[in-house]
Write a protein that binds this ligand. Sequence first.
Ligand code: 5GP
Ligand code: MG
Ligand code: MG
Length: 196
Amino acid sequence: IPINPLNSVLTMHSHIDRILWNEDQISRRVSELAAEIATDFRRCSPSPVVVGVATGAFLFLADLVRKLDFSIAVDLVRVESYGSGTQSNGSPTISFDLKLDINGRHVILVEDILDTGHTLSRVIHHLKSKGASSVSVCTFLDKPARRKVLVSPVGEGKFYRGFECPDYFVVGYGMDFAELYRNLPYIGVLKPERYK
Ligand code: 5GP
Ligand code: MG
Ligand code: MG
C-alpha cells in the first residue's frame, strides 16, 4: 500500500475540528514521562503500583507502562461522575475498585485529563485511605484554567503531566464523548455541533 503524505489529513475523523497532538507528539511525550518516572522510581522497594483510571486512561496507561523498564505492578480503578456530557459533577464515586492491596506501596495514578480536579482528588483520597505510602499523579493532559479543587500528590509523591491543554473539549487517545472517539490515535478538538 503506497504511503500517502496526506494520510493524517485524510484520516482525520470528520467530527474533529483540528488535531492538537498527533501520534508522534504523543509518543515522544510519553517516552519523556516514562524516563522521568523511571528516574524517580527505579530504585523503589517494594515496586510501585501503577493505577490507571478507567476507561479514559487505558491507552496512555498501556503506552506508559511499556516504556517503564523496571519492575511495576498495574491495576485499575473506575470512577463514575454523573455530570453533563462534557463536564463531570462534584461528587464522583469509585464504582470498580483495585484488585491489589496497596497498603504500604507507592502508587502512581495515571489519568487521561485533569480538569476540575474532582475525579483525581476523589481517587487520591481513596488510595490514601487504603494505606498507600505515597501517591504520585501522572496525567497526560492538564487544564489548569478549569481547576475547582486542588489535586496534590500524597507523601513523597510527584506530579507529572504530559501537556497543558487549552480550554477545549478534546477527544481521542482514550478520551470520549458519549463513549465515542476513544480509539482515535491522536488528540483533537471535537466540533462543537457534535455536543451542542
Ligand atoms: P475532572 O473530574 O477533573 O473535572 O475531570 C476528569 C474527567 O473528566 C476526565 O477523566 C475525563 O473523563 C473528563 N474530561 C474532562 N475534560 C475533558 C475533555 O476535554 N474531554 C474529554 N473527553 N473528557 C474530559
Ligand atoms: Mg479520566
Ligand atoms: Mg468521559
